[in-house]
Design a binder for this molecule. Structure first.
Ligand SMILES: CC(=O)N[C@H]1[C@@H](OP(=O)(O)OP(=O)(O)OC[C@H]2O[C@@H](n3ccc(=O)[nH]c3=O)[C@H](O)[C@@H]2O)O[C@H](CO)[C@@H](O)[C@@H]1O
Ligand SMILES: C=C(OP(=O)(O)O)C(=O)O
Length: 434
């Protein structure tokens, strides 16, 4: 398996364009299953998880044309449903989280679906209760077959209903929407996730003929329709990549402009980096992060230590907490990072501690970071990337550290960041794929 060899301590400069959003792409690609007509999708990120989902669509006989690297035209007019309970599907779809969202559109269109145990980051328990309970309430019968490891869903009468979700699960909400748009009658989804990913999905479905109200809120009302048609859809810039680049610039004292970020869809993300003391200039739709020697973490108004924690949208996304944590290690001041949603996402801090960072892992959900204020540089080491975001955090640490670092298991990073080594080299980073 390839690794990154990084020689740190170099200041980077220049501008970078964010890729299309990974987590939006996984929902949008699943939605192509809802119609026999052509669907054109642009700004598709060229990353492992997305390419694998496109491969799965092709394996189930969806016609896929790729006129450009970031554009695909899909036509799901002759789907091979048998493939969906094959061993090949089980194995492949088990490698990513997004595959679970095939269930909603398949139930909507064919009234049956199979969900293999999905993959994705190993960052703690990732239950599917919200998805399955939602489908059951829409009238699906659900059985788990231990012998083949599949959840089987059958819904000859998929019927709208009132749903109060147990939690605002992002993929769970998307899955239920994807089923409800073609259920008979009206579905309301309260406590729905409302991330830009989900909003984008709803807008795409509306263009296909779906009837959805409440987009952007936690109460969606969906009138089922009998047929959905083709459309065109462009993915938003990846907000997690944008946050990662803000952190990278600050940590490496670099002057970087992140182009066309879609500012109105970033929510509190810029504010959280500002709380770490990072300066940003907003020029049109670009974010310019100037080179900064020292950035100082703010306190709360009463002078107490800042806490940064995750919360369903419009709160701060858990996917950027690992980045915030690594950036804090070189800030002046202290911060408590509280990862509420996932149980195993903070364990990578032992590698940062080996590099010389001052972090106390209080428990699996909380880490206190005492910033070094650049009085001491981190040291390069050999480490392995446990998940996408921890992987990029380690990469940022390595780029700012003194000496050479090796990051193993970079497949984790490639799952979510497009050609990251090439793009960072273009900014002046010393990074090799070996
Ligand atoms: C492919 C994709 O889109 N993946 C994203 C999606 O995963 P995914 O949709 O799998 O994540 P969920 O929103 O279902 O929940 C993630 C975890 O947080 C817990 N939870 C969730 C909501 C809540 O209010 N309280 C709570 O504790 C859940 O129990 C679960 O353990 O959303 C996550 C949460 O933003 C992101 O980290 C993932 O990058
Ligand atoms: C956790 C993530 O992804 P996935 O849900 O695909 O594992 C992520 O993008 O940070």
């Amino acid at each position: 398996m390839p690794s990154f060899e990084v020689t740190g301590g170099k200041k980077l400069s220049g501008s970078i364009n964010p890729q299309g959003a990974k987590n939006e792409a996984l929902q949008i690609l699943s939605a192509v299953l809802l119609t026999p007509e052509k669907v054109t999708i642009t700004n598709i990120p060229d990353i492992l998880d997305v390419n694998m989902l496109i491969e799965l669509l092709a394996d189930m006989n969806v016609k896929v044309e790729r006129p450009q690297r970031d554009t695909c035209i899909f036509q799901a007019d002759d789907i091979n449903l048998d493939y969906l309970h094959s061993e090949a599907f089980r194995k492949k779809s088990g490698q990513l989280r997004g595959s679970v969202m095939f269930a909603g559109p398949l139930l909507a269109r064919f009234r049956k679906a199979f969900i293999p145990k999905p993959g994705g980051d190993k960052i703690g328990r990732r239950r599917l209760d919200t998805h399955i309970i939602g489908f059951e309430k829409l009238g699906a019968e659900f059985t788990y077959h231990a012998e083949d490891g599949f959840f089987h869903l059958n819904a000859p009468n998929l019927k709208g209903t009132n749903l109060l979700l147990d939690e605002p699960s992002v993929t769970g909400t998307a899955n239920i929407i994807l089923a409800a748009v073609m259920a008979k009658g009206t579905t309301t989804i309260y406590n729905a996730a409302c991330e830009p990913y989900v909003q984008q999905l709803c807008r795409m479905l509306t263009r296909m003929g779906a009837r959805i109200q409440g987009i952007g809120s936690n109460l969606l009302t969906i009138e089922g329709v009998d047929y959905l048609g083709g459309t065109e859809h462009r993915m938003l810039p990846d907000m997690i990549e944008i946050g990662s680049f803000i952190g990278l610039a600050a940590m490496t004292q670099s002057d970087i402009t992140i182009r066309n970020v879609g500012l109105e869809n970033l929510g509190v993300i810029p504010d959280k980096f500002r709380q770490l003391g990072i300066h940003m200039n907003f020029v049109g739709d670009d974010i310019h992060v100037p080179a900064q020697d020292v950035y100082e973490i703010q306190t709360f108004l009463d002078g107490s230590v800042l806490t940064i924690y995750d919360h369903p949208w419009p709160g701060f996304t858990p996917d950027l907490l690992s980045i915030v944590l690594v950036v804090a290690t070189q800030a002046r001041g202290s911060v408590l990072i509280h990862q509420k949603m996932f149980e195993s996402r903070l364990f990578f801090v032992d590698k940062l501690i080996d590099m010389g960072a001052q972090i106390i892992l209080c428990d699996p959900h909380r880490a206190a970071v005492i910033g070094l204020g650049r009085e001491q540089q981190l040291r390069g080491i050999t480490m392995s990337s446990p998940d996408i975001r921890a992987g990029v955090s380690l990469l940022i640490a390595a780029l700012s550290a003194e000496g050479k670092s090796t990051i193993q298991n970079i497949e984790q990073i490639d799952r979510g960041y497009q050609h990251i080594d090439e793009r960072l080299r273009a900014l002046g980073a010393d990074i090799k794929r070996i």
